[in-house]
Ligand binder design. Structure first.
Ligand code: ADP
Length: 219
């Protein structure tokens, strides 16, 4: 199995697809957002600084994220590949990642761009509820993504939480950050003939099937 990079605007469905794919393909899901949110809850000085940056919708420093990622992908469970959700998020991170792969003689694998329009992404962000324990994602504005019991995770029974950055103002800022910092990666991976566009505006099962079709075709 090769690794997978999921690129997309905020709240376009990266986490949802990564969560489904991690089970279907039996490779780990690595979300830099989740790794950073874990550092937030520690209450340390760096945790408070991170919270401010994430609430503002900006990106945290490349050095920090690159270090976090390097540590994570060298763990044993990543030897057969992994799903990257939220990384790389700018050209500098993509170049650092290429270097990491070269140093470890690993292949980049697949790069999927999950296409979704602005209004759909905004709706997904504003309704998003996340499980702090098992990281499952729900949405109280989309009927089929509601949890079975209000505010309780179907999988592990924990209370669901709203993320600090899932509000209208932060969403707008995150979308701007995406346009400025992350969108240039489309060209970067298109030039390397790696990018594959996937429609992420329909039901999640449709998006998963489109991804699986490509994985089967380009084994
Ligand atoms: P979403 O799933 O909605 O796209 P994430 O959970 O991936 O959001 O990211 C939340 C926030 O965490 C980002 O707005 C940013 O501040 C920070 N973050 C996550 N990944 C990175 C990264 N690779 N580089 C810099 N900042 C990041």
């Amino acid at each position: 199995m090769k690794s997978i990079i999921l690129l997309a605007a905020p709240a376009a469905g990266k986490g949802t697809q990564a969560q489904i794919l991690t089970e279907r393909l039996d490779i780990p899901h690595i979300s830099t957002g989740d790794l950073l949110r874990e550092s937030l809850s520690s209450g340390s000085k760096i945790g408070n600084e991170l919270k401010e940056i994430m609430e503002s919708g900006k990106l945290v420093s490349d050095d920090l994220v690159i270090d976090l990622l390097k540590t994570r992908i060298t763990k044993g469970d990543c030897s057969n590949g992994y799903i990257l959700d939220g990384f790389p998020r700018n050209i500098n991170q993509a170049i650092a990642y290429d270097k990491m792969l070269m140093e470890t003689s690993k292949e980049i694998g697949y790069v999927f761009l999950l296409d979704v329009d602005y209004d759909t992404a905004m709706k997904r962000s504003l309704g998003r509820l996340s499980c702090p324990n098992c990281k499952a994602v729900y949405n109280d504005m989309i009927l089929e993504s509601n949890p079975m019991v209000d505010n309780i995770c179907d999988i592990c029974g924990s209370s669901l939480e709203k993320r600090i950055d899932d509000n209208e103002e932060t969403f707008k800022n995150r979308y701007q950050t995406y346009q400025k910092e992350t969108k240039p990666l489309i060209n970067y991976y298109e030039e390397k003939k790696l990018l594959c566009h996937i429609d992420s505006g329909k039901k999640k099962e449709y998006t998963t099937n489109e991804i699986i079709k490509v994985l089967n075709l380009r084994k």
